[in-house]
Design a protein around this ligand. Structure first.
Ligand code: BTN
Length: 342
């Protein structure tokens, strides 16, 4: 009986709305981003909540894989602090400079930025947007794989754009994005950023970034393209990713923060997409040789029917990979096969 009363009085208490909780979480992250200790009481006073409320929010942040230290008598701290994504800064830097990316939404946590963009598209079709998040609870990789997305460790973003032609004309778009991304990153790194067809970015053979392209529309006049990028920045080496991978910070020859880099990437994508819309894939396909990690090397193509050994000799104007085999040249399209070095 007592318990029931307790439950009822809990339920009668006004609960914070999702929006209020989000704003409080954002305020807490901003406080802790300075890398200093904050006592439970000072956080509670600042956010206007109870000590238990603080504890619950700290617990939530730990679930997002933020390393928060708590020391009795001192409070909570994020060691070395964090440079957070800053929506206002990103939008201000893009203002008046892009054809495609007028609205960037930056969120502390979301299931997946690609899923967010797809949902927004359903609500307001035709409205282009970019979503970037500090954490993804259900980050998605290619072929139904998970994309591990700890808080503020990497860049996770998706672009929703409307293109004035149908799905039939989209061959090569994901390669265009990959080439463009490698070109933006190369000046910052001490070793070359290369591409593994169709769209993995590698440094010294280790995965630096992945691209997930989802398209819907008709085959002739219009399509909605949802391009999701995951770029490893400073992820803890303890993350079990299931393949060789690296962080951009491990190879950073020139310092840049995530906000600046995101703006650079979006501006470069904007220019590439304009070029792609006006001139198609040909000029990008010619650049493939400069960026491919395995050009002129022996590779294995894994198909549903089995493995094919051959030499990568380039890509065609639809983005298919060209492989010289004992039986002559063969073409493979992404989605059907995967590639690995022999
Ligand atoms: C791959 O498998 O290599 C593609 C990975 C793409 C991951 C990014 S992270 C941002 C966006 N949101 C997602 O859920 N996936 C993409």
């Amino acid at each position: 009986m007592e318990d029931r009363q307790k439950n009822r009085s809990q339920a009668d208490k006004p609960q914070p709305s999702d929006k209020t909780s989000q704003l409080r979480i954002q305020a807490l992250i901003k406080l802790l981003a300075d890398g200093q200790f904050h006592s439970g009481q000072s956080i509670a006073d600042e956010l206007g909540i109870s000590r238990t409320g603080v504890w619950k929010m700290i617990d939530k942040l730990k679930q997002w894989q933020i390393a928060i230290f708590s020391v009795r008598g001192k409070g909570y701290k994020i060691d070395k602090g964090l440079v957070l994504l800053d929506q206002a800064k990103i939008n201000a830097a893009l203002k008046g400079k892009t054809q495609f990316f007028h609205r960037v939404v930056s969120l502390p946590s979301i299931d997946s930025t690609s899923s967010y963009v797809a949902r927004e598209w359903h609500k307001s079709p035709g409205k282009a947007l970019v979503c970037v998040a500090e954490h993804q609870a259900k980050g998605r990789g290619r072929k139904g794989r998970k994309w591990i997305s700890p808080f503020a460790s990497n860049l996770y973003f998706s672009l929703g754009i409307n293109l004035p032609f149908g799905l039939n004309a989209l061959g090569g778009l994901s390669l265009t994005i990959g080439i463009c991304l490698a070109k933006v990153l190369n000046p910052y790194t001490s070793a070359a950023v290369k591409l593994k067809w169709p769209n993995d970015l590698l440094i010294e053979g280790k995965k630096l970034a992945g691209i997930l392209v989802e398209a819907s529309g008709d085959n002739i006049d219009q399509s909605f393209i949802n391009i999701g990028i995951g770029l490893n920045w400073q992820m803890s080496k303890t993350q079990a990713v299931g393949q060789d991978w690296c962080n951009l910070k491990d190879y950073m020859a020139h310092k840049v923060d995530r906000n600046e880099l995101l703006v650079k990437i979006l501006l470069a994508f904007d220019a590439c997409l304009q070029d792609y819309c006006a001139n198609g894939f040909t000029s990008f396909s010619e650049k493939w040789r400069d960026y491919s990690a395995f050009i002129d090397q022996t590779i294995v193509i894994e198909t549903r029917q089995g493995k094919i050994l051959g030499k990568e000799i380039g890509i065609n104007d639809k983005g298919a990979i060209r492989v010289a085999t004992d039986e002559g040249e063969k073409l493979f399209y992404s989605g059907e096969v995967s590639l690995r070095p022999a």
